[in-house]
Each structure stands twice: as C-alpha cells, then as structure tokens.
Design a protein around this ligand. Sequence first.
Ligand code: ADP
Ligand code: NI
Length: 217
Amino acid sequence: MSESEIIEKTALFVQDQLKGAESGHDWWHIQRVWKNTKLILESETADILVCELTALLHDIADSKFHGGDETIGPRIAGDFLRTLPMEEARIQHVQDIILNMSYKASLGTVLFHSKELEIVQDADRLDAIGAIGIARAFTYGGFKNREIYNPNIPFQENQSKEEYKNTTAPTINHFYEKLLLLKDKMNTDTGKKIAAGRHQYMEAFLQQFYGEWNGEC
Ligand code: ADP
Ligand code: NI
C-alpha cells in the first residue's frame, strides 16, 4: 500500500468517525488543518506521512467529550493505524504528537517534541485565527449564549483552558485572551508567516467592529 493510499484510507476513517461532531471540531476543521499542514510542508522539511496522518487524526476523540481523558485520541489513532501496513515507530510518533499537541498540554510540561509536532500544531492553531478563526469564535460564543461584545466586561489574559470554558465573557474577549496571542506561539517560520497575514485580518476586523459599534463608520 502506498503512502498516499494510507493517507486516503485514514481520511475516510476520520470522516466516518466524525459524523455528527460539533462544528468546532468537525470534518471540515480536520480538512482545513490537513490543508494547512500541506501548505506548511511546501517550505518545511519533515516526515510528510507522519504530519498528514497526525493532522487527520489529531481530534479523533476530543478529551472534552471523554471526561478529559487525553489518552483516548492517541489510542484510537494507534489502533486504526495498526490495521495498515506502517512502521511501528511512525505510528508511535503520530500518537506522541496527538497526546502532546493540545493547547492545554502545551501550557504544561513538554513531554515530547519533534519537527512534525511543530508543523501540525501550527496547522491547528492557524485554524483558530484569521477569517475562519473569527467565524469559529462567534459560533462557539453563540452556542454558549455569549454576548458578542460588552464594553463593561474587561478581558483577562492568561486564563487556563478550563477557566475559559467557565467564563461567560463576550466573544470579543476571546480575541484578547487567546486568538491574538497565537501568532507568537507559532513554531515554524512558515507557520509564523501564514499567521502574520491571518493576524492582520483579525486586527482589521476588530478595528472595523469597534468603528461600527461606536457609529463611526
Ligand atoms: P482547540 O483546543 O481545538 O484549539 P477549543 O476547543 O478551545 O479548540 O476551541 C474550538 C474553537 O472555539 C476555536 O476556534 C476557539 O477559538 C473557539 N473558542 C474556544 N473557547 C472560546 C471562547 N471562550 N469564546 C469564543 N470562542 C472560543
Ligand atoms: Ni484541532
């Protein structure tokens, strides 16, 4: 089986697994992260198969829906990949990246590091910024019944992921608490370049938003 067949089979598996997933982490999120990964790989050197498979499998079992158990995703990914003709070391690598990639894990002790992790983590973070990032943030906020903006509620930087989930802060606050900070968390030079453009787009959006909010434009 060729590497591209392995990737194709994995894409079909993930698409099937994510039927009915919530919109923040549905198949389209995976497809965008996969495309971002391929874009980054045009100018970074790494194990392409490991990167693409990890992009496809990275949200296969979101720990939020499994009582916070972050080992389930890597386990499902590994069980699937072991049905395919692939070297064990590369399967293990995919599993290690998935376990260590989440924003929460990146705030804690770094347990594992590789170029491939850097690339897929960048690809995932790119999907939280720019036009898509804006759309995802307001979708999340609407789902949680948040206000879009409230000038009386100040934003708070450096909250933990758990704290985010429990606040009722307006969606605009999320830009200052997370989205605008992501460009400085990018790992690869290519990721940084792509993030810069998407970041600028969010800044322009916010400027326009406040202008309209205040009846100035
Ligand atoms: P991940 O761990 O995949 O980066 P999350 O589950 O934290 O993502 O969030 C999924 C999407 O929802 C992201 O685009 C993120 O920016 C958005 N989101 C998360 N928390 C908030 C929030 N408090 N307000 C608005 N959007 C949010
Ligand atoms: Ni993701």
